[in-house]
Design a binder for this molecule. Structure first.
Ligand code: ADP
Ligand code: MG
Length: 255
């Protein structure tokens, strides 16, 4: 990891995501409470917090994998409502990487990477394959293109998941605990891939407990507890000078 990463490149000041007074319930359970969050283009945010605090729900709302009931979410100028056109537009601009890779097991690595570009973006197959090979090379596994997910290690599968998301040319990448299902020796290869993306200026929201990554890469760390943003700060301040008791308790448990 380079110490330079969170200094460069600069954020543009343009808004990538605007979330205002977001509230969500699962049945009667109030899972997200008055979330306000503005993300600038090029900004990298790490979301931390105890299990069950609503981190996954929050980022899943950003590409409408979950529906919110109150407040607004605007992604790259498009508000998420019941309008399916808006949902499609936002999904085509937002890539997501999950804890459990979610690759299609019956498709090759190359087919996993070309499926959405061909069927959603309507890119010709040959061109989609070229783009896929470009990103598989970027995540350093071009030689695995014709294998199936089950033949790859967890770290390799997660790098395929990142490449697959990049093939859709997203403006924003969401990561939900991308390394927490991996063996320790594979965590670094996935984090290194994410650091490279960060260095290229990708707007990123990452739910992760990898605090080394947060310190090296994040412009801002957001701490959630019980459906609320309890505290947010630069990584330096967040780790060295936590304000709330809940943050202090959390840090004492993970560091
Ligand atoms: P985190 O990612 O921080 O662990 P989640 O967003 O997954 O938290 O979950 C927040 C809370 O909402 C938890 O109490 C969880 O049990 C609950 N929850 C998550 N998904 C659902 C669902 N589909 N239906 C009902 N409750 C859910
Ligand atoms: Mg989660």
């Amino acid at each position: 990891m380079t110490a330079q990463t969170n200094a460069a490149p600069a954020m543009t000041g343009e808004t990538a995501i605007e979330i205002a007074k977001l509230n969500k319930w699962y049945g009667t359970f109030h899972v997200l409470r008055d979330i306000d969050l503005v993300v600038s283009r090029g900004e990298r945010i790490v979301i931390a917090g105890p299990s069950g605090s609503g981190k996954s729900t929050l980022i899943r709302c950003i590409n409408r994998l979950e529906e919110h009931q109150a407040g607004k979410i605007i992604v790259d100028g498009t508000e998420l409502t019941h309008d399916l056109k808006n949902i499609d537009k936002v999904r085509s601009e937002v890539g997501m990487v999950f804890q459990h890779f979610n690759l299609f097991p019956h498709l090759t690595i190359l087919e996993n990477c070309t499926l959405a570009p061909i069927w959603v973006r309507k890119i010709p197959k040959r061109e989609a394959e070229e783009i896929a090979m470009h990103f598989l090379t970027k995540v350093r596994i071009p030689d695995q293109a014709h294998k199936y997910p089950g033949q790859l290690s967890g770290g390799q599968q997660q790098r395929v998941a990142i490449a697959r998301a990049l093939c859709m040319r997203p403006k924003i990448m969401l990561f939900d605990e991308p390394t927490s299902a991996l063996d320790p020796e594979m965590i670094k290869e996935v984090l290194d891939t994410m650091i490279e993306l960060a260095e290229e200026g990708m707007t990123m929201l990452c739910v992760t407990h990898e605090m080394g990554f947060a310190q090296a890469v994040a412009h801002r760390v957001i701490f959630m507890d019980q459906g609320q943003i309890v505290e947010q700060n630069t990584p330096k301040e967040f780790f060295n000078n936590p304000r709330s008791e809940r943050t202090k308790l959390f840090l004492s448990q993970i560091l």
